[in-house]
Design a protein around this ligand. Structure first.
Ligand code: ATP
Length: 211
Protein backbone atom coordinates (compact mmCIF):
# COMPACT_ATOMS: atom_id res chain seq x y z
CA UNK A 1 0.00 0.00 0.00
CA UNK A 2 1.24 3.44 -0.90
CA UNK A 3 -0.32 6.52 0.65
CA UNK A 4 0.01 9.99 -0.74
CA UNK A 5 -1.36 13.15 0.83
CA UNK A 6 -3.35 15.61 -1.23
CA UNK A 7 -3.70 19.10 0.16
CA UNK A 8 -4.46 22.61 -1.05
CA UNK A 9 -6.17 25.79 0.07
CA UNK A 10 -9.91 26.33 0.01
CA UNK A 11 -11.27 26.25 -3.54
CA UNK A 12 -7.98 24.95 -4.95
CA UNK A 13 -9.46 21.87 -6.62
CA UNK A 14 -8.72 19.06 -4.14
CA UNK A 15 -12.15 17.50 -4.59
CA UNK A 16 -11.88 17.72 -8.37
CA UNK A 17 -8.47 16.02 -8.32
CA UNK A 18 -9.59 13.37 -5.81
CA UNK A 19 -12.57 12.49 -8.02
CA UNK A 20 -10.22 11.96 -10.94
CA UNK A 21 -7.87 9.84 -8.84
CA UNK A 22 -10.82 7.71 -7.71
CA UNK A 23 -11.70 7.12 -11.38
CA UNK A 24 -8.09 6.08 -11.95
CA UNK A 25 -8.34 3.49 -9.18
CA UNK A 26 -7.14 5.38 -6.13
CA UNK A 27 -8.70 4.74 -2.72
CA UNK A 28 -9.74 8.13 -1.40
CA UNK A 29 -9.68 8.92 2.32
CA UNK A 30 -10.99 12.31 3.40
CA UNK A 31 -9.64 13.86 6.59
CA UNK A 32 -12.73 16.08 6.86
CA UNK A 33 -14.95 13.01 6.96
CA UNK A 34 -12.92 11.46 9.79
CA UNK A 35 -12.94 14.80 11.62
CA UNK A 36 -16.75 14.86 11.46
CA UNK A 37 -16.99 11.20 12.46
CA UNK A 38 -14.72 11.82 15.46
CA UNK A 39 -17.23 14.27 16.92
CA UNK A 40 -20.43 12.57 15.76
CA UNK A 41 -23.43 12.46 18.06
CA UNK A 42 -22.82 10.51 21.26
CA UNK A 43 -19.09 9.98 20.80
CA UNK A 44 -16.70 10.14 23.77
CA UNK A 45 -14.97 13.10 22.05
CA UNK A 46 -18.18 15.17 22.20
CA UNK A 47 -18.52 14.43 25.91
CA UNK A 48 -14.93 15.47 26.53
CA UNK A 49 -15.41 18.66 24.51
CA UNK A 50 -18.49 19.55 26.58
CA UNK A 51 -16.53 18.85 29.79
CA UNK A 52 -13.75 21.15 28.66
CA UNK A 53 -15.71 23.95 26.97
CA UNK A 54 -19.10 23.84 28.68
CA UNK A 55 -22.56 22.80 27.57
CA UNK A 56 -22.92 25.93 25.42
CA UNK A 57 -21.03 24.08 22.69
CA UNK A 58 -23.86 21.54 22.51
CA UNK A 59 -27.19 21.86 20.72
CA UNK A 60 -30.35 20.98 22.67
CA UNK A 61 -30.25 17.41 21.29
CA UNK A 62 -26.71 16.92 22.65
CA UNK A 63 -24.90 17.09 19.31
CA UNK A 64 -21.98 19.41 18.79
CA UNK A 65 -22.74 23.04 17.94
CA UNK A 66 -19.85 23.46 15.54
CA UNK A 67 -20.25 27.21 14.93
CA UNK A 68 -20.39 27.86 18.70
CA UNK A 69 -17.27 25.76 19.25
CA UNK A 70 -15.55 27.40 16.29
CA UNK A 71 -16.27 30.85 17.72
CA UNK A 72 -14.88 29.78 21.11
CA UNK A 73 -11.54 28.56 19.79
CA UNK A 74 -11.15 31.19 17.04
CA UNK A 75 -8.03 33.20 17.79
CA UNK A 76 -7.42 31.35 21.09
CA UNK A 77 -4.38 29.17 20.64
CA UNK A 78 -4.71 27.45 24.02
CA UNK A 79 -8.35 26.54 23.42
CA UNK A 80 -7.57 25.33 19.92
CA UNK A 81 -4.73 23.16 21.22
CA UNK A 82 -7.03 21.69 23.88
CA UNK A 83 -9.65 20.89 21.25
CA UNK A 84 -7.04 19.32 18.99
CA UNK A 85 -5.80 17.19 21.90
CA UNK A 86 -9.29 15.73 22.15
CA UNK A 87 -10.11 15.38 18.46
CA UNK A 88 -6.80 14.48 16.78
CA UNK A 89 -6.16 11.14 18.53
CA UNK A 90 -9.66 10.04 17.57
CA UNK A 91 -9.15 11.12 13.96
CA UNK A 92 -5.86 9.19 13.91
CA UNK A 93 -7.60 6.12 15.32
CA UNK A 94 -10.39 6.24 12.73
CA UNK A 95 -7.92 6.83 9.91
CA UNK A 96 -5.69 3.98 11.04
CA UNK A 97 -8.67 1.61 11.25
CA UNK A 98 -9.74 2.55 7.72
CA UNK A 99 -6.20 2.11 6.40
CA UNK A 100 -6.05 -1.35 7.99
CA UNK A 101 -9.26 -2.26 6.15
CA UNK A 102 -7.89 -0.95 2.85
CA UNK A 103 -4.65 -2.86 3.33
CA UNK A 104 -6.50 -6.09 4.15
CA UNK A 105 -8.65 -5.62 1.06
CA UNK A 106 -5.80 -4.80 -1.33
CA UNK A 107 -2.15 -4.85 -0.18
CA UNK A 108 -1.21 -2.94 -3.35
CA UNK A 109 -3.76 -0.17 -2.94
CA UNK A 110 -2.76 3.35 -3.86
CA UNK A 111 -4.34 5.55 -1.22
CA UNK A 112 -5.00 9.26 -1.59
CA UNK A 113 -5.44 10.91 1.78
CA UNK A 114 -7.11 14.29 1.26
CA UNK A 115 -5.97 16.56 4.08
CA UNK A 116 -7.00 20.17 3.52
CA UNK A 117 -5.15 21.41 6.62
CA UNK A 118 -1.98 19.34 6.25
CA UNK A 119 0.33 22.32 6.83
CA UNK A 120 -1.78 23.81 9.61
CA UNK A 121 -2.00 20.51 11.51
CA UNK A 122 1.80 20.23 11.61
CA UNK A 123 1.59 16.64 10.46
CA UNK A 124 4.70 14.51 10.47
CA UNK A 125 4.33 14.37 6.67
CA UNK A 126 4.96 10.64 6.69
CA UNK A 127 3.66 10.02 3.19
CA UNK A 128 5.17 8.56 0.10
CA UNK A 129 4.47 11.88 -1.63
CA UNK A 130 2.65 15.12 -0.92
CA UNK A 131 0.59 16.54 -3.76
CA UNK A 132 -0.55 20.14 -3.55
CA UNK A 133 -3.45 21.56 -5.56
CA UNK A 134 -2.05 24.95 -6.43
CA UNK A 135 -3.91 28.00 -7.66
CA UNK A 136 -3.10 31.57 -6.61
CA UNK A 137 -5.28 32.97 -3.82
CA UNK A 138 -6.81 35.50 -6.22
CA UNK A 139 -8.03 32.70 -8.51
CA UNK A 140 -9.46 30.77 -5.57
CA UNK A 141 -11.13 33.89 -4.22
CA UNK A 142 -12.87 34.41 -7.54
CA UNK A 143 -14.04 30.76 -7.58
CA UNK A 144 -15.46 31.05 -4.07
CA UNK A 145 -17.35 34.22 -5.01
CA UNK A 146 -18.55 33.01 -8.42
CA UNK A 147 -19.17 29.36 -7.62
CA UNK A 148 -20.16 29.28 -3.96
CA UNK A 149 -21.94 32.57 -3.47
CA UNK A 150 -19.51 33.93 -0.89
CA UNK A 151 -18.95 37.65 -0.62
CA UNK A 152 -15.47 38.82 -1.50
CA UNK A 153 -14.85 39.63 2.18
CA UNK A 154 -15.92 36.12 3.27
CA UNK A 155 -13.75 34.49 0.63
CA UNK A 156 -10.74 36.59 1.64
CA UNK A 157 -11.24 35.81 5.32
CA UNK A 158 -11.49 32.07 4.67
CA UNK A 159 -8.33 32.14 2.56
CA UNK A 160 -6.45 34.29 5.08
CA UNK A 161 -7.32 31.90 7.93
CA UNK A 162 -5.36 29.12 6.19
CA UNK A 163 -1.66 28.59 5.51
CA UNK A 164 -0.29 30.58 2.59
CA UNK A 165 0.23 29.22 -0.93
CA UNK A 166 3.98 29.54 -0.29
CA UNK A 167 3.84 27.39 2.87
CA UNK A 168 2.00 24.63 1.01
CA UNK A 169 4.37 24.82 -1.96
CA UNK A 170 7.31 24.32 0.40
CA UNK A 171 6.10 20.84 1.42
CA UNK A 172 4.99 19.74 -2.05
CA UNK A 173 6.57 16.84 -3.89
CA UNK A 174 4.09 17.38 -6.71
CA UNK A 175 2.43 20.69 -7.53
CA UNK A 176 -0.79 20.28 -9.49
CA UNK A 177 -1.51 23.51 -11.33
CA UNK A 178 -5.21 24.09 -10.82
CA UNK A 179 -5.23 27.56 -12.29
CA UNK A 180 -4.86 25.97 -15.72
CA UNK A 181 -7.93 25.00 -17.78
CA UNK A 182 -9.52 21.94 -16.16
CA UNK A 183 -8.58 19.50 -18.94
CA UNK A 184 -4.91 20.48 -18.60
CA UNK A 185 -5.04 19.94 -14.85
CA UNK A 186 -6.62 16.53 -15.30
CA UNK A 187 -3.96 15.61 -17.84
CA UNK A 188 -1.29 16.51 -15.31
CA UNK A 189 -3.09 14.43 -12.66
CA UNK A 190 -3.25 11.45 -15.03
CA UNK A 191 0.47 11.73 -15.76
CA UNK A 192 1.47 11.95 -12.10
CA UNK A 193 -0.78 9.00 -11.31
CA UNK A 194 0.78 6.86 -14.04
CA UNK A 195 4.24 7.70 -12.68
CA UNK A 196 3.21 6.85 -9.12
CA UNK A 197 1.53 3.59 -10.13
CA UNK A 198 4.59 2.53 -12.16
CA UNK A 199 6.91 3.31 -9.23
CA UNK A 200 4.66 1.36 -6.84
CA UNK A 201 4.76 -1.62 -9.18
CA UNK A 202 8.56 -1.54 -9.17
CA UNK A 203 8.65 -1.46 -5.36
CA UNK A 204 5.67 -3.52 -4.24
CA UNK A 205 7.03 -3.92 -0.73
CA UNK A 206 6.67 -0.18 -0.09
CA UNK A 207 4.22 0.47 2.69
CA UNK A 208 3.91 3.95 4.01
CA UNK A 209 1.20 5.73 5.78
CA UNK A 210 1.37 8.48 8.27
CA UNK A 211 -1.55 9.77 10.22
P1 ATP B 1 -12.72 23.05 -0.59
O1 ATP B 1 -11.43 23.30 0.09
O2 ATP B 1 -13.67 24.16 -0.35
O3 ATP B 1 -13.32 21.71 -0.29
P2 ATP B 1 -11.57 22.11 -3.07
O4 ATP B 1 -10.12 22.40 -2.94
O5 ATP B 1 -12.02 20.70 -2.84
O6 ATP B 1 -12.43 23.11 -2.18
P3 ATP B 1 -13.10 21.99 -5.48
O7 ATP B 1 -14.34 21.69 -4.69
O8 ATP B 1 -12.52 20.91 -6.32
O9 ATP B 1 -11.97 22.59 -4.54
O10 ATP B 1 -13.45 23.28 -6.31
C1 ATP B 1 -12.64 23.84 -7.29
C2 ATP B 1 -13.54 24.52 -8.30
O11 ATP B 1 -12.72 25.10 -9.30
C3 ATP B 1 -14.48 23.54 -8.99
O12 ATP B 1 -15.71 24.18 -9.25
C4 ATP B 1 -13.76 23.26 -10.31
O13 ATP B 1 -14.63 22.90 -11.35
C5 ATP B 1 -13.13 24.62 -10.56
N1 ATP B 1 -11.96 24.54 -11.43
C6 ATP B 1 -11.77 25.30 -12.51
N2 ATP B 1 -10.60 25.00 -13.11
C7 ATP B 1 -10.03 24.03 -12.36
C8 ATP B 1 -8.81 23.32 -12.48
N3 ATP B 1 -7.94 23.56 -13.44
N4 ATP B 1 -8.53 22.37 -11.54
C9 ATP B 1 -9.40 22.13 -10.52
N5 ATP B 1 -10.58 22.79 -10.36
C10 ATP B 1 -10.89 23.73 -11.27
Amino acid sequence: MVTIALTGGIGSGKTTIAQRLAELGGVILDADVFAREAVAFGTPAVRRIADRFGRDVLLPDGSLDRPALGALVFGDEEARAALNDIVHPEVRRLTGARLDEVLADDPNALVVHVIPLLVESRSNYDYEEIWVADAPAAVREERLVEGRGMTQAEARARIAAQASDEERRRIADVLIDTSAPLDETLEQVDGEWRRLAAAALRAPETQTYGV
